[in-house]
Design a protein around this ligand. Structure first.
Ligand SMILES: [Ca+2]
Ligand SMILES: [Ca+2]
Length: 473
């Protein structure tokens, strides 16, 4: 390893020595490296200090000029720190082209569906993060991505002992079988509040496809073990996490400690949902899940985790109704229990006090309440859930609502998920569905317009919110 690394460093030094103007040689024509959609608008950004427009020209493989014009000087772009120009081309047919600007040239491709493989890669991410089962070589891109099962029998009890802030936790007298689900991105923890948004997004993609008679992951389309079982593969992958989320719910009558006024207090926690299952202490990096030597523990229930289950289990009750009615019933029961438990305990906020895992703290759970009420309303049509959704500060038209109900989405900002549920649930009153759809359309237009204010046409301004209310750690 060291020898190979040394060789690389030496080679890089040689290249640097031979290229004294390396920084200026960077391609100044920046474009979409995956290609452009045939028939769609083409945008490019040129790094250039010039105050006046520069001529540009697009030629095809035969050298025939297919488009030409002048760049639009944009000026200073805050996100990149560069001064840039922009090129806009209305459309080109599929083919290979090159663009020339100011003595520089760059090749690009226009194709009917240049991003078609992206969704497959995105879904493969979830399979490769499955806990509890071996990741099989036949389902992954390279043999070295296969691995042994991590935490194949995760039957765990509650954290006990002193936390990093000096509070003493008593543990609990029950164990839950929480085998399965997905690991978080960077550690062996399994967290409800980021599992919830991921499940919801996959199931929502299934629903949106179905409304348009599309099934991008019809049974057999994905490279997962459940391909061929008769169920849409998107639902298979989502259910792998959903089963874990359901298992994280505290049984009726069970008692465990939660944080009340900064101190652990034992309560009847039935219906609440544990925030996470994770290692007692941080492990070294890198470490394969199967090699994790740390004890695994349930961490205290939180209102946010409980509402995540209420929302995705409510969505499950609707979507699985004609796929697996028994599972839909199970989801609905869990969703109702979770929602009631969260209403009874609205102030259980996770904070950063345990070693070995991220806090995923979120001190604003009004958006989670809105999301859960919207999903349960969509699932049941019941007036009590409708009343809660309408009474929410996130309800469209409520004072202070607006961007929060339709804007940036993250694990801790889920208001827009509630609005999307309202926009699409067929059981809801048409006027309210229309209001939700109109608000979402307006938000989408605002993101597009925001892109026009950016040198690289990014749909989020350099000074905008990053979506996360708190850091995960
Ligand atoms: Ca399947
Ligand atoms: Ca929140």
């Amino acid at each position: 390893m060291k020898t190979a690394l040394s060789a690389c460093v030496a080679a890089a030094a040689l290249i640097a020595a031979a290229s004294p103007v390396q920084a200026e040689d960077r391609p100044a024509i920046r474009l979409n490296q995956a290609g452009y959609e045939a028939g769609g608008r083409i945008g490019m950004t040129i790094a250039a200090d010039d105050a006046t427009p520069l001529p540009w020209r697009v030629t095809d493989e035969a050298g025939t000029v297919r488009a030409e014009g002048l760049t639009r000087p944009f000026g200073a772009d805050a996100a990149s720190g560069e001064r840039v120009h922009q090129v806009r081309i209305d459309a080109l047919p599929a083919g290979d082209y090159s663009v020339a600007v100011d003595g520089r040239r760059r090749a690009f491709r226009v194709a009917p569906r240049p991003f078609a493989t992206l969704k497959r890669d995105a879904l493969a991410y979830f399979y490769q993060n499955r806990a509890g089962v071996p990741i099989l070589a036949r389902h992954v891109e390279r043999p070295d991505l296969a691995r042994a099962a991590g935490h194949p029998e995760e039957v765990v009890t509650c954290f006990s002992g002193r936390d990093q802030r000096g509070a003493d936790w008593p543990g609990c007298d029950y164990r839950l079988n929480v085998t399965g689900g997905w690991y978080d991105a960077g550690d062996h923890g399994k967290y409800v509040v980021n599992g919830g948004i991921a499940v919801w997004t996959l199931v929502d993609a299934y629903e949106r496809g179905r409304r348009r008679d599309l099934a991008p992951f019809a049974d057999g389309a994905a490279d997962i073990p459940e391909a061929g079982d008769g169920v849409d593969d998107l639902l298979n992958e989502a259910r792998y996490e959903l089963e874990f989320l359901l298992a994280m719910q505290v049984p009726d009558g069970a008692r465990t400690a939660v944080l009340v006024d900064g101190a652990p207090r034992v309560i009847d926690a039935g219906g609440l949902v544990h925030h996470k299952v994770a290692d007692r202490a941080w492990t070294a990096l890198p470490m394969a899940p199967a090699d994790d030597p740390q004890p695994r523990l349930l961490y205290p229930p939180s209102t946010a985790a409980t509402l995540n289950l209420a929302a995705v289990a409510g969505q499950c009750a609707r979507v699985w109704r004609d796929v697996d009615p028994a599972f839909a019933d199970r989801c609905l029961t869990a969703a109702r229990r979770a929602y009631a438990a969260a209403k009874a305990r609205p102030g259980l906020l996770a904070d950063n006090r345990f070693d070995g895992s991220g806090a995923y703290g979120d001190d604003q759970v009004a958006d989670e309440f809105y999301w859960a009420a919207a999903e349960l309303w969509a699932a049941t049509g019941e007036a009590a859930y409708a009343a809660d959704a309408r009474a929410s500060a996130y309800w469209l038209g409520a004072p202070g609502a607006g961007a929060s109900s339709t804007g940036d989405i993250s694990w801790g900002q889920v208001g827009a998920l509630g609005t999307i549920a309202l926009a699409s649930a067929p059981a809801l009153p048409e006027a309210e569905r229309r209001a939700a759809r109109d608000a979402l359309t307006a938000a989408a237009r605002a993101y597009l317009a925001e892109g026009e204010t950016q040198g690289y046409a990014l749909r989020a301004a350099a000074t905008g919110s990053d979506g996360d209310p708190t850091a995960p750690l």
